[in-house]
Write a protein that binds this ligand. Structure first.
Ligand SMILES: Nc1ncnc2c1ncn2[C@@H]1O[C@H](COP(=O)(O)OP(=O)(O)OP(=O)(O)O)[C@@H](O)[C@H]1O
Length: 938
């Protein structure tokens, strides 16, 4: 091989080896670079994953925070909205139909028509431990998760490779179901606020109207919402379910063509209410109600369903009502008429699903409620109609009273004024008694509330005027004890401090009525004398001149007064005279009479006495009372229950004022007032005198008996006999002084009463003497009276006892005593039970006559019981004998005609016997006989 070739080979080899070395080095460098690049790549990937995890965690945390804040806020807002809705629409105003029932509310509420579709507050997210599946998922906010990264999530490393190591977000908000029921009702305002126009879907609109009406009815007191339906296309069919309201007058239908008249009428109501009810004092009925708690006018809701084009007049009336009706409680619910938006007008657009709208809810979707079921509508309407037919609920007595603590502030110097209740038009009705009108006549058939009316009037007066200003004298001729509540009783020791006298169960004791009139007559005289002395003419002037004097106005109330005037006897004759005088002259002296009667004949009894009836210019008629107002005034015929016509001008129709009378009969309410006033009574005001004709008085309770004291030798011993029927509790008495005729005869067959009278006489006489100061002898000649005679005998110390066996001794002794020449050293009282049964024939009879004739002058007095007026006559010596030895007598079941011999110069006394009553006459003091009540044994 040539050198050159060798060299070339060597060169090539060297070159190749060099190249190989270089390549080797380059490869090594490249491998190093690759290694470094790979290491860097791994670092970047790891950093990216770590960063992404961190960011995802931060994002999740933030999302979670935002979501929980959102949830809390949303639930708080939803809760607040629901709470506000509940408050605005409580009870029947907002309750869903399935649990709905009427709940009358204090004031008008907003009414629910459906639900507001508010954005829903999601449920709290559950903590997720599982990875979500790799499949696509939709979150509730519409984001799209692809299994590796959140599409469109901000700040995400979206360009990074999502290797198998990459993690999905730890927690994902759970999708929330969107079908939980919304809780916020959609409300509209109708009553006391405005009008509602329903548009849109016909059937759903009908449901809205029915729902609104039912809710309006159910949230108010029965009868306070009146509906007037105008439905010319379906002739009322649109309101068919409400038909049960029609008979009670709560729903009226206006026929086609009647719109004109209906709108005119409603405008008329608005004008009237503005003029007479709001009367410039309030701007709306709502304001009046807030200030006074009274709602004198019903809400009138006119439902206008279709009806085509309106005439110009109708349109302008409708516009007027839309502007001014709501303030006066006149509201319109309109369908099928174009109405311009305006203040207070709510538009409801009916549509299915969530497409309905309520104007005041803005753009919020509304889902309307279904209408109430026909059964619910008719049942509710029937219930309301029944409640209306049953009449309004009673008003409480408290509504007539001043605030507690503000009592007794009025002066009665010129008048007595008190409210009696509200008129249906709203204003209070006040009634005044003064110089004109001075006296009142009240009439009402039984059960119409006459007694209640009197209570209410008395309560309103008694709360305003103190007992210094006003005094009551009360008399009830009806059977029962209606006025007894004003006097202390066993159950309640309080009394009405103004009441000076209460007479109950006096229907057979007309004398008590007479006694009251006599007493008032005496008081009239006292006032007239004082007026003369001060040279004044009426009570106001007298009080001004004599400020220290006690001059209360007097109110004398006589219920069923006709009993007093019935009968043509001396009682009614005198009663009429006294009444006439009191009615005529009492007015200026502050004495007022209130006569009440349930009986038309009672009122008619007065018509025959025009002078008397003319004085009673205040006339009060309860429902169906006849003839108490003027002849042509029939206002009482149509009065609802618990109402009265008050007329202060003798019944002239234009002076009628209708008043709704509060319930004052309730014992509890009355007692609360009475106790309040009783606790305030001045210390000098004692309880009233209670005269109860059904109660037998007791001698031990008699003030006259209690005052009797023993004295050594009373010149005029008093024999008490029984209680007089009088304004003051007085005992009838006869004085047994030393004078001819001072004997007492008790006449009649009624043993118990005769014995009671003798016992009273004996005990009261004995009470006036010290031991041995007088001699008492009891003679019992009738077995039936023995127990009573023995009881008396036992009560009187050292009393002699005589009967059939030994009465002759007593008579002989007494006759001698009566004719003796020497003066008696002490009085001797002989009490004889059944003196007509005296044994011993003529001789004994003669002795008795001697004692009767001559005894009294020698202080020997007979108190004898004869079982008949004729038998006494026999004892006195027969028909022709004189009766003057009997100076005093008490007759029981003896007719007046039989008493004429003992009733000198006056014919026969007017006496019809009645149980436990007696007629007493004492010729030394009486002009006429008086009725007395024997004391019961005690
Ligand atoms: N304004 C009223 N509000 C509520 N209840 C009333 C009212 N007026 C009367 N009543 C009730 O009606 C009933 C009859 O009333 P009241 O006794 O006053 O009638 P009256 O006309 O006096 O009847 P009578 O003469 O038969 O006693 C009573 O139960 C009473 O409580």
């Amino acid at each position: 091989m040539a050198e050159s070739t060798k060299n070339r080979v060597i060169e090539i080899r060297a070159g190749l080896s060099q190249a190989l070395g270089a390549a080797q080095a380059a490869l090594e460098r490249a491998l190093d670079a690759r290694k470094a690049a790979e290491a860097r790549y791994r670092r970047i990937v790891a950093a990216a994953a770590a960063r992404r995890r961190k960011l995802a965690a931060a994002r999740d945390e933030r999302i979670h925070e935002i979501e929980s804040w959102h949830d809390t806020e949303l639930s708080a807002l939803a809760g607040a909205a629901a709470g506000a809705a509940d408050r605005a629409a409580p009870g029947a105003a907002g309750e869903p139909w399935h649990s709905w029932e009427p709940t009358p509310l204090e004031r008008a509420a907003e009414l629910r028509v459906g639900r507001l579709m508010l954005p829903e507050a999601p449920l709290p997210p559950p903590v997720r431990n599982e990875r979500p599946a790799a499949a696509d998922r939709h979150t509730d906010d519409g984001e799209h998760w692809t299994g590796g990264a959140w599409a469109g999530a901000p700040g995400e490393v979206t360009d990074a490779w999502a290797g198998p190591d990459s993690e999905p977000p730890e927690s994902v908000p759970a999708p929330v179901a969107d079908d939980s029921p919304p809780v916020t009702p959609a409300l509209v305002r109708l009553l006391d606020h405005g009008h509602i126009v329903v548009e849109g879907d016909q059937r759903l609109g009908d449901d809205v109207v029915a729902g609104l009406l039912l809710r309006a009815l159910g949230t108010s007191t029965a009868g306070q919402v009146r509906i007037i339906g105008y439905d010319p296309e379906h002739l009322g069919g649109g309101l068919a379910g409400f038909a049960p309201l029609a008979p009670a007058g709560v729903l009226t239908f206006v026929g086609p063509g009647g719109l004109d008249k209906l709108l005119d009428e409603l405008v008329g109501h608005v004008r009237r209410i503005n003029e007479t009810v709001l009367a410039g004092e309030y701007t709306s009925l709502r304001e009046l109600h807030a200030a006074t708690k009274r709602r004198p006018e019903p809400w009138r809701v006119a439902v206008l369903l279709g009806g085509g084009d309106l005439s110009r007049h109708e349109r302008s009336q409708l516009d007027r009502l839309l502007r001014t009706g709501a303030a006066c409680g006149v509201h319109l619910v309109i369908r099928g008429q174009a109405v311009e938006p305006g203040p207070g007008i709510e538009f409801v657009v009916a549509a299915p699903g969530d497409d309905a709208r309520v104007d005041s809810a803005g753009a919020l979707p509304v889902r309307l409620d279904h209408g109430p079921t026909p059964t619910l509508v008719t049942a509710t309407c029937r219930q309301i109609a029944e409640a209306v037919a049953a009449g309004p609920a009673p008003v409480a007595l408290d509504s007539l009273l001043p605030e507690a603590g503000a009592e007794w502030r009025e002066s009665s110097a010129t008048e007595l004024t008190a409210p009696l209740g509200d008129s249906p038009q709203g204003p209070r009705v006040h009634v005044t008694l003064s110089d004109y009108p001075p006296h009142a006549l009240i009439a009402g058939p039984s059960g119409t509330g006459k007694t209640n009316f009197i209570y209410a009037w008395m309560g309103a007066l008694a709360a305003r005027y103190s007992p210094d200003e006003l005094a009551f004298y009360l008399l009830d001729f009806k059977e029962g004890v209606s006025f007894a509540r004003f006097a202390p009783g066993r159950r309640d020791p309080s009394w009405l401090p103004h009441v000076r006298l209460v007479g109950v169960n006096v229907n057979t004791d007309r004398e008590f009525g007479l006694a009251l009139l006599r007493f008032l007559s005496g008081e009239l005289k006292r006032r007239a004398d004082a007026a003369k002395q001060y040279e004044v003419t009426n009570l106001a002037e007298l009080r001004a001149e004599d400020p220290e004097g006690s001059w209360p106005r007097i109110l004398a109330v006589v219920d069923e007064f006709q009993v007093l005037l019935s009968g043509r006897d001396s009682v009614s004759a005198e009663a009429v005279d006294l009444l006439e005088d009191l009615a005529r002259r009492g007015r200026s002296q502050g004495i007022h009479l209130i006569l009440a009667s349930q009986d038309v004949s009672g009122i008619e009894a007065l018509w025959g006495r025009p002078a008397l009836v003319a004085q009673f210019s205040l006339r009060i008629a309860l429902p169906r009372a006849r003839r108490v107002l003027a002849e042509t005034n029939a206002a009482a015929d149509s009065l609802p229950r618990y109402h009265a016509v008050v007329n202060a001008d003798s019944g002239a129709t234009e002076a009628n004022r209708v008043v709704r009378v509060p319930a004052a009969g309730d014992r509890e309410q009355w007692s609360a007032l009475q106790h309040r006033l009783w606790r305030r009574r001045p210390p000098e005001v004692g309880p009233p005198r209670l005269f109860d004709g059904d109660v037998i008085p007791k001698l031990a309770d008699s003030p006259d008996f209690r005052q009797l004291r023993a004295s050594a030798s009373p010149a005029a011993p008093i024999a008490l006999l029984g209680e007089t029927i009088d304004v003051a509790a007085r005992s009838a008495r006869t004085v047994l002084r030393r004078a001819p005729g001072r004997n007492l005869a008790v006449l009649g067959t009624r043993v118990d009463e005769a014995c009671a009278i003798l016992a009273t006489a004996g005990r009261s006489l004995a009470a006036q003497f010290p031991p041995d100061g007088a001699r008492f002898s009891v003679v019992c000649l009738d077995q039936d009276a023995r127990a009573a005679a023995e009881a008396l005998h036992a009560r009187i110390p050292d009393c002699g006892w005589y009967d059939m066996e030994n009465v002759d001794w007593l008579l002989e002794d007494a006759a001698a005593e009566a004719t003796a020449a020497w003066p008696a050293d002490r009085p001797h009282f002989i009490l004889i039970y059944a003196a007509d049964a005296l044994p011993g024939g003529k001789e004994a009879a003669e002795q008795l006559r001697t004692v009767l004739r001559q005894g009294p002058e020698r202080r020997l007095h007979v108190l004898g019981w004869w079982r008949g007026a004729g038998l006494l006559r026999d004892s006195l010596g027969g028909h022709a004998s004189r009766t003057d030895p009997i100076g005093a007598w008490v007759a029981l079941d003896v007719h007046g005609s039989e008493l004429s011999p003992y009733y000198p110069g006056q014919g026969a006394p007017n006496w019809y016997p009645r149980p436990w009553r007696a007629l007493h006459f004492d010729r030394s003091v009486h002009r006429g006989a008086e009725v007395i009540i024997p004391y019961g044994t005690s």
